[in-house]
Write a protein that binds this ligand. Structure first.
Ligand code: FAD
Length: 594
């Protein structure tokens, strides 16, 4: 196999908000940077973010970063690392102003300031009245941010490998990170991209579940790569199920709808959230609202012929609010439900939305892994930011509006780290330029490529296995889980693994790049599913989005710690939660009510 080789100071794997924010800073700092993306960058999932980005700007009510920090820690069910959360909340106001200067067209208040809406789990004064902290560009905030960042990158001169699929990290003979194996999706040819600094920003993996809000490309490729490189994933038992997906389909109806005044109702017409969260009601934290909906349906108070959803009602809002603040939601509702939300309530049900876990990093974006003594060590040359990373600012449950913040804050910070290291090590930079391809170990990735190279007859298909995987995860490891449901899921996953080992790409006419790509993605989805089920089975408590029917209580004495999962032998390890913020006293875990 002939391989073209290209060398860069830094490689950014992923053209979503996280990758583009990092790339921009590195290009502006004068480094040779390439962004690799399996889709055209502005099609990355960031484009779909609706509701907004959090920052305590105080444009509507008084606000400050300490209140934001407290809400994020409480929202995380105290599993979030307090140093990282503090860092993110302190950076928030500055990073939103920076986005404004990059050209993000935020919605405005009468006085010209950025519009901020109410979002779930966010309060003033350490848990008192509802906050208005989520800065929005109508209900298309992610679209506005991603396009602005892409334009800034074009202007700065960042190099793009659009529609290139990255298979695996490459190490040199000393075990150091040295490059990426990628496939050009157009012609199916493989290339080696060399760099001593690789940042993974591959986004989420919501495609592990049948009903989800994610783009179909969100298959956890960066996570699969990291596991194959012998590194762990952190807190993979924590998946956010968004309370309001389009019933039966899964697309997102943003929390902005409830932020603007929308109310959830059951078949009796009750505003049932009053019973579950008497204070915050419909704007309680997402895990709380998702569970409430699942319980209403389970107890027979669901709506529709099969009583399998609840209604999200905003018919009492005036037309102007809906058209001005929620135009995208109205479109989604009309397209996928045939319902005009100004006239009729929308059928909704929880849907997999966000991955709180991911590649463990420190607050500078550097990937970390424990050594044989359990001490956390930095993996030289490897960085991760955005939804694929676990820094961990979301802990066991993310607050709406905090992911767009996470991706730009840590995107910028990781770029600072890489730039600093590149400047410090000019010598290394000159040495690496022109170093031959043979310096990298290619055997493992060549085997993976060979596995999917030769077509042969097969009755099974990749599509059937992917579908079964999504179904297994939804049934066994969804909003509510228990030992039996997860053990069953694990057995199914083992069978799916066997099927994946045996299936071939049988149709000659289609054994082309897209079929191979589907195979690589499925390998990653399965790796993520195993990480999830093993991590979830072992955590015998309920915390945030991890709700075990058989262990309904949070257990801080045993479980106030992060899970680390290694794919070799499905080994688990644990590390403490950081309870040492720098500028504010720590928040001790307390009972979490809304
Ligand atoms: C419908 C929806 C609405 C949301 N709304 C909000 C909101 O209002 N506020 C908020 O804070 N958060 C929101 N979120 C969450 C937030 O949008 C995401 O967590 C965030 O945008 C992820 O950004 P990212 O840069 O990490 O990844 P992404 O934007 O998903 O980008 C991932 C990139 O990696 C590339 N990639 C992946 N694998 C490979 C591979 N193998 N080879 C090459 N390239 C690869 C992709 O091409 C893509 O460019 C929402 C999420 C969804 C799904």
């Amino acid at each position: 196999m002939k391989l073209d080789t290209h060398t860069f100071d830094a490689l950014i794997l992923g053209g979503g908000g996280a990758g583009l924010r990092s790339a921009l800073a590195l290009t502006l700092a004068g480094h040779q940077v390439a962004v690799v993306s399996k889709v055209f960058p502005t099609r990355s999932h960031t484009v779909a973010a609706q509701g907004g980005i959090n920052a305590a700007l105080g444009n509507i009510t008084e606000d400050n970063w300490e209140w934001h920090m407290y809400d994020t820690i409480k929202g995380s069910d105290f599993l979030g690392d307090q140093d990282a959360i503090e860092f993110m909340c302190r950076e928030a106001a500055d990073i939103v102003r920076e986005l404004e200067h990059f050209g993000v067209p935020f919605s405005r208040l009468e006085n010209g300031k950025i519009y901020q809406r109410a979002f779930g789990g966010q309060n003033l004064n350490f848990g008192q009245e509802q906050a208005h902290r989520t800065c929005a560009a109508a209900d298309r905030t992610g679209h506005a941010i991603l396009h602005s960042l892409y334009q800034q990158n074009l202007h700065a001169g960042t190099r793009f490998f659009d529609e290139y699929y990255a298979l695996d990290l490459l190490k040199d003979t000393h075990g150091n990170i040295g490059g990426l194996m990628v496939m050009n999706i157009h012609d199916g040819r493989y290339h080696v991209l060399q760099s001593r600094h690789i940042l993974i920003a591959t986004g989420g993996a919501g495609q592990v579940f049948r009903n989800n809000t994610n783009a179909s490309i969100n298959t956890g490729d960066g996570l699969g790569m990291v596991l194959r490189a012998g590194l762990p994933l952190q807190d993979m038992e924590f998946w956010q199920f968004h309370p309001t997906g389009v019933a039966g389909k899964g697309m997102l109806i943003s929390e902005a709808v409830r932020g603007e005044g929308g109310v959830l109702k059951n078949s009796l017409g009750e505003d049932f959230m009053q019973r579950y969260a008497p204070h915050a009601k419909d704007l309680a934290s997402r895990d709380v609202v998702a569970r409430a909906i699942a319980i209403e349906v389970k107890e027979g108070r669901g709506c529709g012929p099969n009583k399998d959803y609840v209604l999200l009602d905003l018919t009492h809002l005036d037309d102007a609010t809906i058209k001005q603040r929620l135009p995208g939601i109205r479109d989604i509702s009309l397209t996928f439900l045939g319902v005009d939300p100004a006239v009729e309530p929308m059928p909704v049900f929880p849907t997999c939305h966000y991955m709180m876990g991911g590649i463990p990093t420190d607050i500078h974006g550097r990937v970390v892994t424990p050594d044989e003594n359990g001490e956390q060590q930095i993996v030289k040359g490897l960085y991760a930011v955005g939804e694929c990373a676990c820094v961990s600012v979301h802990g066991a449950n993310r607050l709406g509006g905090n992911s767009l913040l996470d991706i730009v804050v840590f995107g910028r910070e990781a770029a600072k780290t890489i730039s600093h290291e590149l400047h410090q090590n000019r010598r290394e930079k000159t040495q690496q330029a022109g170093s031959p391809e043979t310096a990298l170990c290619l055997d493992a990735v060549r085997q993976r490529i060979a596995r999917w190279q030769n077509p042969a007859p097969s009755t099974d298909t990749l599509a059937a296995i992917r579908k079964a995987l999504q179904h297994t995860m939804e049934m066994g490891c969804g909003v509510f889980r228990n030992q039996a449901s997860m053990q069953h899921a694990l057995q199914q996953l083992l069978l799916l693994q066997q099927r994946l080992e045996q299936v071939t790409l049988s149709d000659h006419s289609q054994v082309f790049n897209l079929q191979r790509l589907a195979a690589y993605e499925l390998e990653n989805l399965l790796a993520v599913a195993f990480a999830t089920v093993h991590s979830a089975l072992n955590r015998t408590e309920s915390r945030g989005a991890h709700s075990r029917v058989d262990y309904p209580q949070r257990d801080d004495s045993a479980w106030l710690r992060h899970t680390l999962y290694f794919s070799a032998g499905h080994r688990l390890d644990y590390k403490p939660v950081n309870l040492h913020p720098k500028h504010h006293a720590a928040f001790a875990p307390t009972a979490r009510t809304y």
